[in-house]
Write a protein that binds this ligand. Structure first.
Ligand code: SF4
Length: 422
């Protein structure tokens, strides 16, 4: 069968889509591009905002109009939306997080749906994921019980659940054998990974020791979890652990953070950032920020601006707040007008671009390590540094794809760097 997978949302969803792709390929199916003609299209959906939820429904309708024979919906919309609404939109099979398969009357479960169900519910760890680059995302845990006021994820993803260390190590070994050189450890709240006495840093150590894996990257680390232990490990792990940390900030104002039900104050956040920078001075530092959360006054927003200005952020993800029905924040008072949310977001996006360029410029005249992901016909290679700067390298040969190379950084452009092999 020809099967396409269309993935929405976060890196965790991409990791799960990679796991599905690897499993279905192994079972002998032909995986095709998401927009190519296919027998079955799997939509691995996201419901983080009302807009993402509606987009998932729109994608179902549009796929059916284009003649997709059978549409499977998995992911966060499948976990939350009413079955009848999804069937009305054109979904043929729903596969939920716990592996439940729900179909329109008259259809029967096929082996394909059983495979998707086993992979989605983490009941089958024997398959190896498949990705289109030299970098693979590996799911290490699912779920979150932090209950931030704006987040639907605890409902969509359930309670925290960690995958077994042995299963993760088995998967990463297999990925190394398949030629992947970098793995990104991914989950809803990765730093909450645990197994008995073992904590997330034990998992990182187990993975960075795997032969064939050049380096490990971490997805977002929630402030108030294991930031310091991770920074300590990063400082001694050398090139095996990428020098990037993404700490979701959301707001730099104490009152807004409280309304958001975040578990830290701006001072805690700043201390975590300062600690990490003291350990890894040239750290690629990322953050998510929400602008215009209910109750965010002009002066509260300015607290966020000041906090961001203070540190060398190189990767800011800015989102104007959008009400997600079903969350406590959706019915909070003191709503901020949408145009103000957007104006504030624009201001931070401009700031983020400037800071990203400043960070990349600070590399000019020094060396950086790049994992080469592709080389074009004119010999220009492209990849990412340990600090997550996009890098272009001249005079490379095809056989450097998948190699970790050291470059002299010659110039910066648009927050990216150009360099030459040493
Ligand atoms: S975990 Fe959150 S961001 Fe990821 S797909 Fe689900 S709702 Fe979207």
């Amino acid at each position: 069968m020809k099967i396409g997978i269309k993935v929405m949302g976060c890196r965790l969803n991409r990791a799960e889509a990679g796991a599905l792709s690897g499993a279905l390929e192994y079972e002998g199916h032909e995986m095709v591009a998401p927009n190519a003609p296919c027998d079955i299209l799997v939509l691995h959906s996201c419901t983080i905002t009302a807009a993402a939820h509606s987009e998932a429904i729109r994608l179902v309708r549009s796929a059916k109009r284009k003649g997709v024979g059978h549409l499977v919906m998995s992911g966060c919309v499948a976990n939350l939306a009413e079955t009848e609404i999804l069937f009305d939109a054109g979904v043929d099979t729903i596969i939920k997080k716990d592996g439940e398969i729900v179909q329109k009357t008259g259809k029967k479960p096929e082996e394909i749906f059983q495979v998707i169900s086993r992979v989605i519910s983490d009941r089958d760890n024997t398959y190896l994921p498949s990705f289109a680059s030299t970098r693979a995302s590996v799911k290490v845990q699912d779920g979150c019980n932090f209950r931030c006021a704006y987040s639907i994820e605890p409902d969509a993803r359930g309670e925290p659940a960690s995958r077994a260390l042995n299963d993760i190590v088995y998967e990463v070994r297999g990925l190394a054998d398949k030629g992947y050189r970098e793995v990104v450890l991914t989950g809803v709240n990765v730093a909450c990974w645990s197994e008995g006495e073992k904590r997330f840093t034990d998992l990182i150590e187990a993975v960075i020791g795997i032969k064939g894996i050049a380096r490990v990257r971490l997805s977002s680390i929630e402030p108030g979890t294991a930031e310091r232990e991770i920074a300590d490990l990063m400082a001694v792990a050398g090139s095996a652990l990428c020098h990037t940390l993404h700490y979701p900030l959301q707001s730099g104002d104490a009152g807004v953070l409280k309304l958001m039900r975040r578990r830290y104050t701006p001072a805690d956040y700043a201390a975590a950032v300062e600690y990490a920078l003291s350990k890894i001075p040239r750290l690629g530092l990322g953050a998510d920020v929400i602008t215009g959360f209910p109750g965010e006054t002009e002066s509260a927003f300015n607290e966020t601006v000041k906090l961001i200005e203070r540190y060398p952020f190189s990767n800011l993800h800015i989102f104007p707040y959008s009400e997600r029905p079903g969350t406590p924040a959706a019915s909070m008072p003191d709503s901020v007008p949408v145009h103000v949310r957007r104006e504030r977001a624009r201001e931070l996006i401009a700031m983020g671009k400037r800071k990203k360029r400043d960070f990349a410029k600070s590399f000019v005249g020094s060396r950086a390590e790049v994992l080469v992901e592709r080389v074009d016909e004119s010999g220009v290679g492209r990849g990412w540094t340990s600090e997550y700067i996009e890098a272009y390298i001249k005079d490379l040969k095809n056989d450097t794809i998948g190699e970790l190379v050291t470059i002299n950084v010659n110039s910066e452009f648009e927050g990216k760097i150009r360099g030459s092999l040493i």
